[in-house]
Design a protein around this ligand. Structure first.
Ligand SMILES: C[S@@+](CC[C@H](N)C(=O)[O-])C[C@H]1O[C@@H](n2cnc3c(N)ncnc32)[C@H](O)[C@@H]1O
Length: 451
């Protein structure tokens, strides 16, 4: 067996970030790959993750600062040197626990390990310049050009900031982009088929993990001291699922009953499928579709782990449901693929991956999916349409399009399923949950009925 090469946190970050840039790799996969193929001590692993996600989150702000300090356009910087400076600047500007002198030293050392070691004096000069000018660097003018200010200050693409400024106005848009840069709370769903919340929370406490009851759903809990959750016995033995509160609320809004025939149109990895089964007391029938066979394996594994046996999986494009399954369903969940801008806190690379054009393309598919799902809903049945984004084209407009074309579908009041202080936020077509207002992932949930 070949020994794994030992590397430190900064080198691991550099390798992961280079993979993200060069191969368009997902940051979590790139980092996992680097960490598992090299030897690092646990502290360095944690620091590598913090730096890698931090650089992805703040890369636009970091580039602005690098340009201001170095006096050189980013495009003129050598690629590895550019990444190394981002890593160095992230530590200087955002990581209080790394002493500035250590950040400068580690950054210069990182250059010396690579092929461009001749550029070490340049990097040393830029890092020292950043240290000197740290508190006096200029930002774009907030009053004259608020879009550019928010984009640079909070590291979001300009086109997205412009959208949000138009929709929410300057104050709220600023709160939203600021919230997107904060760590998302970690929450779990208690599997009530196997245990109850109090018992699970005591079990977790014994394992060194602390959680408090969620106020959003009765089976939810918010972690206040986390650990390696998926390695714990209560996880392996299916007594809980890691899931956001907005996602948990979505299944609650559908409110399936024991014995129902349920369709989960976009089910993988099965977070909501297993929740639906739990709400149905594992009695009835759930048809779980997904277009990707390998992702359906995740649904099956989750069902097995959580003791759910009422789920049938089928690899199918949800738009084809009527052709393949002419049966009708009492309840349908359509948790569609979307731009995902509601979960930027958890997946910061999304904001750089997606374009405005993606929103239009996704909206098209979502409209077709909703139409197909409505066709297999029983009269009197309930359909929940949900997204982890709040862009109008993918949310209200998709629902409005359906309602415009189908007289038998009507919006249904979802307020009875919401926490009391959110009920006033429900609109005609559904509710928009937002991280800076509700403290949960950005989600849209719409409840519809067939008459
Ligand atoms: C937002 S995720 C669903 C998450 C899932 N409901 C959960 O809670 O775990 C969207 C899913 O839709 C699937 N998908 C994408 N296009 C699809 C299509 N045309 N038909 C069915 N599933 C599709 C994706 O593979 C992805 O697993």
């Amino acid at each position: 067996m070949t020994r794994k090469r030992k590397i430190d946190a900064r080198e691991a970050s550099l390798l992961a970030l280079q993979r993200v840039e060069a191969d368009d790799a997902y940051v979590n996969l790139a980092l996992d790959e680097v960490l598992s193929s090299h030897s690092l001590d646990p502290r360095d692993k944690r620091l590598a993750a913090e730096i890698t996600y931090g650089v992805i989150t703040y890369k636009l702000t970091l580039d602005w600062l690098i340009e201001k300090v170095s006096g050189r356009p980013i495009k003129k910087l050598d690629k590895p040197i550019h990444q190394i400076l981002r890593i160095g600047f992230y530590q200087l500007f955002y990581l209080d626990r790394v002493p500035p002198a250590a950040a400068v030293h580690a950054t210069v050392e990182l250059v010396k390990k690579g092929k461009k070691r001749g550029l070490a004096p340049f990097v040393n000069g830029v890092m020292r310049g950043a240290l000197r000018k740290k508190d006096h660097l200029p930002w774009p003018d907030k009053k004259k050009d608020s879009a550019n200010y928010l984009s640079v200050r909070y590291s979001h693409p300009l086109w997205l900031v412009r959208r949000w400024l138009n929709r929410y106005g300057p104050e709220e848009a600023e709160k939203l982009v600021a919230a997107n840069n904060q760590a998302a709370p970690l929450s779990i769903r208690v599997n009530t088929l196997r245990t109850d919340r109090d018992t699970l929370l005591s079990e977790l406490t014994a394992a060194g993990v602390e959680a408090v009851p969620s106020t959003v759903v009765p089976e939810g809990a918010l972690l206040t001291r986390s650990g390696r959750l998926t390695e714990l016995a209560p996880y392996r033995e299916g007594r809980f699922q890691v899931q956001g509160e907005s996602a948990m609320l979505t299944s609650r809004v559908l409110d399936p009953q024991a014995g129902d025939a349920v369709l989960d149109g976009c089910s993988a990895p099965g977070g909501k499928t297993t929740h639906l089964a739990q709400l149905m007391n594992n009695s009835g029938d759930i048809l779980a579709l997904d277009i990707h066979p390998h992702r359906l394996e995740l649904v099956k594994a989750n069902c097995r782990r959580m003791g759910v046996d009422i789920v049938r999986t089928q690899c199918l494009d949800a738009r084809e449901i009527a052709k393949e399954n002419p049966d009708s369903f009492d309840c349908i969940l359509l948790d569609v693929p979307c731009s995902g801008f509601g979960v930027i806190r958890r997946k910061p690379d999304l904001k750089w991956r997606r374009s405005e054009d993606d929103i239009r393309k996704l909206a098209h598919v979502q409209c077709d999916m909703l139409k197909a799902a409505a066709a297999v809903l029983k009269p009197g049945g309930t359909l929940v349409y949900s997204t982890c984004t709040n862009e109008p084209e993918e949310t209200d407009e998709v629902v409005e399009e359906l309602l415009k074309n189908q007289d038998d579908m009507v919006p249904d009041d979802l307020r009875p399923y919401l926490p009391q202080d959110w009920q006033q936020d429900a609109g005609k077509t559904g509710i928009h949950l937002l991280p800076h207002i509700h403290g949960v992932d950005g989600f849209f949930i719409s409840r519809l009925k067939k008459i």
